[in-house]
Design a protein around this ligand. Sequence first.
Ligand code: SDX
Length: 455
Amino acid sequence: MNSRAKPAKSFGLLYIRETKIPRGKAVMSETVKIIIEGNEYELPVITGSENEKAIDISKLRDLTGHITLDVGFKNTGSTKSSITYLDGELGILRHRGYSIEDLAEHATFLEVSYMLLYGHLPNATEYANFEDQIREHTLVNEGMDAMFKAFPTGSHPMGQLGSMVNALSLFYPKSLDPHRAEDAIGRTVIRLMAKMPTICSMIYKKRNGHPTVYPQNKLDYVSNFLNMTFGQVTMDYKIDPVLVDAMNKLLILHADHEQNCSASTVRVVGSSQANLYSSIAAGINGLWGPLHGGANQEVLEMLEKIRLDGGNVQKWIDKAKDKNDPFRLMGFGHRVYKNFDPRAKIIKKSCDEVLAKLGVNDPVLEIAKKLEETALTDPYFIERKLFPNVDFYSGIIYRAMGFPTDFFTVLFAMGRLPGWVAQWQELRREKQPIARPRQIYTGEAARVFVPMNQR
Ligand code: SDX
């Protein structure tokens, strides 16, 4: 099938020759031609295994003296990847080919973590072996416990998490070697997966001035986290299967999301051959921002504000539409999803179920549903294809489970960890070059230096 773009004056003709490709492969099978200042150049087109297409511009500057400019990378692919596929128009999200709906319904978070890290769902033996390896490394060095004493009381949990994960590189100095053998890196990955729930629960405990509850190797990954977080050293904690199921589902729904802001941060830092812990700590800091993972905290604070303001949903919708008002409807909109975020659909359904099972009646849930209903019929939101994303309902469940609002993004990070690590491993296995984008300079032309007494 041939398609030809209409001639564009400044840019010349674009010819695309298409050939059909077998599924499951990414091939360079087509070319595009561009004409710049009267010269014609041919560039290869990469076709992904789901038929996504990219013009490979890796030789563009050598060929034409031009670079491309795409602030925020809205149209720019930074890598090929076999980890996650998402289709923003159709609301499709798959990890290693498995749909997010199937994974959320049928798998545990540790199964999904294994699949992200090693490329396939584990069989019973592989899973048992993975669990055993994790159990060996759930404790953290007591020196890390002492670090918490230095954090100001009430300091933000995400700042603590980034500091503690980065500190792992200090307690495991061999992890700093960028040329370690695969099996040594494998152990570093297991250590991080094993210690993340322990560190997250310690952050929760320390904020309440409570002693650490140590990991219990008889418990599964999620039950262990809940026990370390909500359990007390003075009494047994009854593991609620409703919470375990909800936590598994929420962690799975956050496990990876291709080249989002924080995963790209992990890749950029990892591309300098920085160690895994500092690469992941960088991702944690990227996730913290309110436009990214920090949105789940912002959503709850926004819903509370609307509730305290009398629940006048239309007033806040109008504020979100007002260009002169900095207020944004947090938890709404997405860079890639342009019809719906499949994760938000699953979380919204789970919200009703978990709150009912926990016997929690949270007034902000009704406000959230009213906001969604009103926004989805409003031309401003419809024209801009804005609707609830993964963060819109998740905080309501987290709060019903007993987590404080500023801890929500820590839970997002715990879920995203296997995705970040899988992205970091893929970058290293493919020996990708250091990330170093170009720019277009818009500053002063050359100037002569003038000594201070002559200015
Ligand atoms: C996550 O990338 C990922 O995959 C991220 C994530 C993951 O799993 O890793 O899915 C997790 O980060 C989800 C997003 C969480 N953030 C929020 O909920 C914050 C609120 N949403 C926005 O700030 C915004 O929608 C973004 C950041 C999510 C997307 O921003 P874009 O793609 O840069 O879009 P934009 O800011 O250029 O907005 C386009 C238009 C603008 O209006 P116009 O200038 O065209 O008139 O839509 C408007 C924006 O003003 N707009 C909003 C809005 N989001 C966009 N208006 C009101 N409320 C909003 N929430």
